[in-house]
Design a protein around this ligand. Structure first.
Ligand code: TGC
Ligand code: FAD
Length: 387
C-alpha cells in the first residue's frame, strides 16, 4: 500500500508473509500486465493462456486450495493477490477467480479423486484452462430455473442446453457445467473437445474487454458416468462455489478503486488550473477525502471477512455484505475519480474509465447488487423476497 492512501495503517495488520505475497503479485502485475493492459482492453484481446501460465508459475491459480499442486495459501493472502490483480484490471482478476475459485474449487470440493488428479495439477500450472457454466441465456439471477438437462442413457449422461456469459469459455480446456437431472441440479466435468460442445466468443462488450467471455452450446453431449461431480448434490453446490469467487471480488474491487485513487491523487497534485493544483481546491479535497475513507472501509471489510474465512467462520451472507458494499463503492470511486481527471478521465491513457466500465460487469456478475441486497435482507428479516 502506498503510504498516503493507507490512512488506517492496515499494512501493520498483515503478517510478514502476507505482505510478501502481496508484493510479489504487485511486481508481477507491474511487469507483465500494466504495460499492456490498456492495449488489450482497447483491442478486446488478452493473451489469457500466456498469463495463466505466468500466474500458475507463481502459484496464483487455486492458491487457497490444498494438494494437487495448489499453494494452500490463507484466505487473506488470496484476497491480497486479488486486490493486486484487479488493481491492474478486473478482467485479469476474473481469469484467476474463474480458474481457481469456480472451476478448480468445484472439482476440488465435489470431484472424485480421479477428476482431481486429472485436472487440478494442470489447472494449477495454467496449462489447462477451466470455465464455470451456471448462467443461461434465460436464467441469470435465478439459476434454480435452469433448463440445461442431463439425462441418463445406459451408463452415460447426455447433456443438452446452453450456457451464456461464461468467462474463459472460448479458450477453455474444460468446463464445469451445471445441469438439471431427474434428481435435481448436478455438476459435470466436460472436456471442451467433447463432440457436441461448441463455444462462441461474445464480442462488442463495453466492459471487461481484457477478458474472454463466451456462450457454450451443448448439443446431445455424451459423457461417461464418471463425468459427474459425485459430491455435488443440488443447487447449493454451485452456490457454494460462488461464495468462494465472491470473496475474491470483495478484495478485487478495492484494488480497482485503489488504482483509480492513486492515479487521481497523482493527477490532481500536478495538474494546475486557476494557478494552483487541482488538489488544492477544497471541492477536490472533499472528493479525495470521501473516496479515501470509503477505500479504507472497503479494505477493512475485506480483511475482516478474510480473517473470518481463515477461522472457518465466514458465512455466505457476510460475503454478500462485502460484495455489495465494495463493488458499489469501488464503482462510485471510479466515477468520481473520472470527474477529477476532466477530459483525460475518458482517455484510455489513464486507467480510470476502464476500471469504471469493468466494475459495471463486476456489479452484475457473481450475483447482482440487487441479489446481494435480497440475501442480506433475507438474513435481517427472515423473509425471502426473491420471487
Ligand atoms: P436457495 O433456496 O436460497 O438456496 C438453495 C440451497 O443453497 C444454499 N445456498 C448456499 N450455499 C452456499 N453458498 C451460498 N452462497 C448459498 N446460497 C444458498 C441454501 O442454503 C440452500 O441449501 P439447502 O440445503 O436448503 O438446499 O436458492 P434460490 O433458488 O432461492 O436462490 C437464491 C439466490 C437468488 C441467492 C441464488 O440463486 C443466487 O445467488 N443467484 C445469483 C446467481 C449468480 O450469482 N450467478 C453467478 C454465476 S458465475 C459468475 O457470474 C462468474 S463471473 C466471473 C468472475 O467471477 O470473475
Ligand atoms: P438478470 O437476472 O436478468 O437480471 C437483470 C436485472 O434484474 C438485474 O438488475 C437484477 O438485479 C434484477 N433482478 C433479477 N431478479 C431480481 C429479483 N428477484 N428482485 C429484484 N431484482 C431482480 N456466469 C457464469 O455462470 N459463469 C461465468 O463465468 C460468468 N462470467 C460472466 C462474465 C461477464 C463479463 C458477465 C457480464 C457476466 C458473467 N456471468 C457468468 C453471468 C452473470 O453471473 C449474470 O449476468 C448475473 O448472474 C445476472 O444475470 P442476468 O445477466 O441474466 O441478469
Amino acid at each position: 500500500m502506498t503510504a498516503p492512501l493507507d490512512l488506517l495503517d492496515l499494512d501493520s495488520s498483515l503478517s510478514e508473509e502476507e505482505r510478501q505475497i502481496r508484493d510479489v503479485v504487485r511486481q508481477l502485475v507491474d511487469d507483465r500486465v500494466r504495460p499492456h493492459v490498456a492495449d488489450w482492453y482497447e483491442d478486446g484481446r488478452v493473451p489469457a493462456r500466456e498469463l495463466a501460465r505466468e500466474f500458475g508459475k507463481l502459484g496464483l491459480l487455486g492458491m487457497h486450495l490444498t494438494g494437487y499442486g495448489c499453494a494452500g495459501a490463507s484466505a487473506v493472502a488470496y484476497g491480497l493477490a486479488c486486490q493486486e490483480l484487479e488493481a491492474s484490471d478486473s478482467g485479469v482478476r476474473s481469469l484467476v477467480s474463474v480458474q481457481g475459485s469456480l472451476a478448480m474449487y468445484a472439482i476440488w470440493r465435489y470431484g472424485s479423486e480421479e477428476q482431481k488428479q486429472r485436472w487440478l495439477p494442470s489447472m494449477a500450472t495454467g496449462e489447462a484452462i477451466g470455465c464455470f457454466g451456471l448462467t443461461e441465456p434465460d436464467h441469470g439471477s435465478d439459476p434454480a430455473s435452469m433448463t440445461t438437462r442431463a439425462r441418463r442413457d445406459g451408463d452415460d449422461w447426455v447433456l443438452t442446453g446452453g450456457k451464456m456469459w461464461i468467462t474463459n469459455a472460448p479458450i477453455a480446456d474444460v468446463a464445469v457445467i451445471w445441469a438439471r437431472t431427474d434428481e435435481g441440479v448436478r455438476g459435470f466435468v466436460v472436456p471442451m473437445d467433447t463432440p457436441g460442445v461448441t463455444a462462441r466468443e461474445i464480442r462488442r462488450k463495453m466492459s471487461l474487454r481484457a477478458s474472454v467471455t463466451g456462450e457454450i452450446v451443448l448439443d446431445d453431449v455424451r459423457l461417461p458416468a464418471d463425468a459427474r461431480l459425485p459430491e455435488a448434490v443440488g443447487l447449493k453446490a454451485p452456490l457454494s462455489c460462488l461464495t468462494e469467487a465472491r470473496y475474491g471480488i470483495v478484495w478485487g474491487a478495492v484494488g480497482a478503486a485503489r488504482d483509480c485513487l492513486e492515479t487521481t491523487l497523482a493527477y490532481a497534485t500536478t495538474r494546475t488550473q486557476f494557478g494552483r493544483p487541482l488538489a488544492g481546491f477544497q471541492l477536490t479535497q472533499a472528493k479525495l477525502a470521501d473516496m479515501a475513507v470509503e477505500l479504507v472501509k472497503g479494505q477493512l471489510l475485506a480483511l475482516h471477512l478474510g480473517r473470518l474465512a481463515d477461522a472457518h467462520r465466514l458465512r455466505p451472507e457476510q460475503v454478500s455484505v462485502g460484495k455489495l458494499n465494495n463493488v458499489r463503492e469501488a464503482l462510485g470511486i471510479a466515477r468520481q475519480c473520472r470527474t477529477i481527471l476532466g477530459a483525460n478521465g475518458v482517455s484510455g491513457e489513464y486507467p480510470v474509465l476502464r476500471h469504471a466500465n469493468n466494475l459495471e460487469s463486476v456489479l452484475t456478475y457473481e450475483g447482482t447488487s440487487e441479489i446481494h441486497q435480497l440475501i442480506v435482507g433475507q438474513r435481517l428479516t427472515g423473509l425471502s423476497a426473491f420471487a
